[in-house]
Design a protein around this ligand. Structure first.
Ligand SMILES: C[S@@+](CC[C@H](N)C(=O)[O-])C[C@H]1O[C@@H](n2cnc3c(N)ncnc32)[C@H](O)[C@@H]1O
Length: 302
């Protein structure tokens, strides 16, 4: 059976796209699900799809080509989707002097990353500790685990993994002690070391997630985006962000609130949107998704 990533809250994402959107940015293209459906539903829109992972981008390109083959006017649709290997954090320089009408961020990883057992994201397969979305970067999970100081490791586990200070310190010290004996090179090496502190698979998965967030600078990227995207939107148009981690959702919530308080923005989701139980039943990966949407109502206050 082929398991592929399913688009989360697809109908909710579509419901917020302004009807006459001309330029949409899908900042986390992934498999291109959301993008393809937006392109089909909004025939006037051009879509720029960004992903920093070149392997994901290659898959998205294939999907765009095959999906468009089924659709009437497919040539037009294919021409309207541009897949670019860039980070959504660079949205300002990517758009340059243009502004867009809808920005979508569907954060986190693609199921594909966990299924690719050779990339070190999953603790199920034995692979080199890599975890980079962007293979052009030099910081891998192996670098983090073998070179970070005990206090830096501890901070990552507390901040991104929600471990207590005491447990995080024990984990960091155990990693540092064991790496002095033998470099921790693979996912199974790390799993074994964490096992010495009594961690079961679900706690190990949280440590893997914390290391992945650090490797890819995921929160830094989100913060950069949140401090710049407002300039990139046309008046009357929207930004929707789906997050899967409480820290990400908090950043989005605070930043949107600040824009409402200090700029001409309106919050369209007074209450955060979550997937309904039917979607969660079909797609477990959707269970922690939270979507917030904001609309720009006027240009910068002077
Ligand atoms: C949850 S998936 C997106 C799924 C997509 N909405 C779909 O329907 O197929 C998140 C994607 O964001 C990508 N990604 C992670 N950090 C990124 C960044 N800073 N800039 C652009 N893409 C990023 C990952 O490689 C992954 O493919």
């Amino acid at each position: 059976m082929v398991i592929i990533h399913s688009p989360v809250m697809l109908s909710e994402v579509l419901s917020f796209v302004p009807e006459h959107a001309k330029l949409i940015v899908d900042g986390t293209l992934g498999h291109g699900w959301h993008t393809i459906v937006m392109a089909e539903k909004f025939p006037d829109a051009k879509i720029i799809g960004l992903d920093i992972d070149e392997k994901m981008l290659a898959k998205a390109r294939l999907r765009v080509e095959s999906a468009t083959a089924d659709v009437e006017g497919w040539e037009l649709l294919a021409n309207r989707i541009e897949c670019v290997q860039k980070s959504y954090a660079d949205i300002q320089s990517i758009l340059w002097d243009k502004k867009c009408d809808y920005i979508l961020l569907d954060l986190w990883v693609n199921l594909e990353h966990f299924l690719a057992t050779d990339r070190g994201f999953s603790l199920k397969g034995n692979a080199t500790l890599d975890m980079r979305f962007d293979q052009g970067k030099t910081k891998t999970a192996e670098v983090v685990v073998n070179t970070y100081s005990p206090s830096d490791l501890k901070n990552i586990f507390v901040k991104y993994g929600d471990f207590t200070e005491k447990k995080a310190e024990e984990l960091a010290e155990t990693i540092c002690r064991e790496r002095n004996k033998n470099r921790i090179v693979t996912t199974f090496d790390l799993k074994k070391v964490l096992g010495l502190c009594g961690l079961g698979n679900s706690a190990v998965a949280v440590i893997f997630q914390a290391i992945r967030i650090e490797v890819n600078g995921e929160l830094d990227n989100l913060e950069t985006f949140l401090s710049t995207f407002a300039e990139c939107l046309n008046v009357g148009w929207r930004c929707a962000i789906m997050s899967y981690h409480s820290i990400e959702d908090r950043l989005v919530k605070q930043s949107f609130q600040q824009l409402v308080n200090t700029w001409w923005f309106a919050l369209l989701t007074k209450k955060v949107i979550v997937p309904n139980y039917k979607e969660v039943e079909k797609n477990k990966a959707a269970r922690s998704a939270k979507m917030r949407v904001i609309e720009k109502t006027a240009e910068l206050r002077t």
